[in-house]
Design a protein around this ligand. Sequence first.
Ligand code: AKG
Ligand code: FE2
Length: 354
Amino acid sequence: MPGATLPPFPDNVPTHPLLVVDYQLLKEGQQQEIDTLWEAATTLGFWYLKNHGADQVVSDMFDMGAETMDLPLEEKLKFEQGDDGQSSGYKKAGACATDETGKLDAAEFINVSKDDALAYPRIARRTYPQTVNARMESTITPFVQKSLDVNYTILKIFNDKLGLPEGTLSRLHDINEFSGSEARCIKTPPMPGKSLADKAALGAHTDFGSLSFLHNRLGGLQVLPPGHERWLYVKPLPGHAICNVGDALTVFSGGILQSNIHRVVAPPGDQSYHERWSLVFFIRPGDSVVLRALVEDSSVVAKSVAEKPDRNFETGSTAAAWFARRVKNQRINNRTGPETWRASRGTEHKPAAA
Ligand SMILES: O=C(O)CCC(=O)C(=O)O
Ligand SMILES: [Fe+2]
């Protein structure tokens, strides 16, 4: 259960340290903090964020997740995301592949679209289980608003660093346009003694959108840092969110911002005997936005693209199509062979494409 006493993260497993960024100092415009953020975002693309002020609403979201996952499976399945590439709704464990061979994932989750959270009680995109509706105004909408605040603050800093005209990145993430932005609460059952390679809770991937604001209690998240051959755990730190860059920002910035590959495996050591809960808010570009490097808007981006002639930042895809393609091709019901998994990839397995 979220909030239960959990064994500590063991100190004998390989971890990757992340830079720590203080959100309050970012808000105050502290140059050193802005530079730390920039360093993290342009190298590994992952960092810890502290002093974000979201602890209470995160805890409430975990309660919402527990109430939802406690519903009978039959009830949850009425709200399944389906096989057409729609992300919002419930995803049962085992609905998605985690690799080319079609090995199944172990995580169930509930995704709530920011469009529904902000429009409630009007239905913008779809309906949800009653546990979600009951918490929409008290918990989910405040979490979405808080997460948007954090993400827009970071996007504004990236906008300046990339030398883009003021407001460019926020316009590409127009709050009033429908988008794939969503809140996700994930539950993974205990996986005691499971070999890590044997059971990925979530397969290796880059995030589809722009920025992810992640909260977890147990280990299990791993990154494969650029140039490394070994997966390394990211240790959860109390009160620290984990933030990471997604594919859309890599493309917009012409490869300056890094969207790094990651996965979720069984929590290490004694933690593997416990359910794993995590919570993410993903900000993604507006549905109509075409994913391409912003070369006309920034000489910094244009220079980066010119320096990477082997990479193609013209995806020819809108954010909506990019997102739907990736979601759809992970669904096991759509699998025809290894090509389906490959068709679900973003910037991670096709370095030549982005
Ligand atoms: O659960 C985690 O720690 C990470 C989840 C994740 O990578 C995702 O949902 O995209
Ligand atoms: Fe992810």
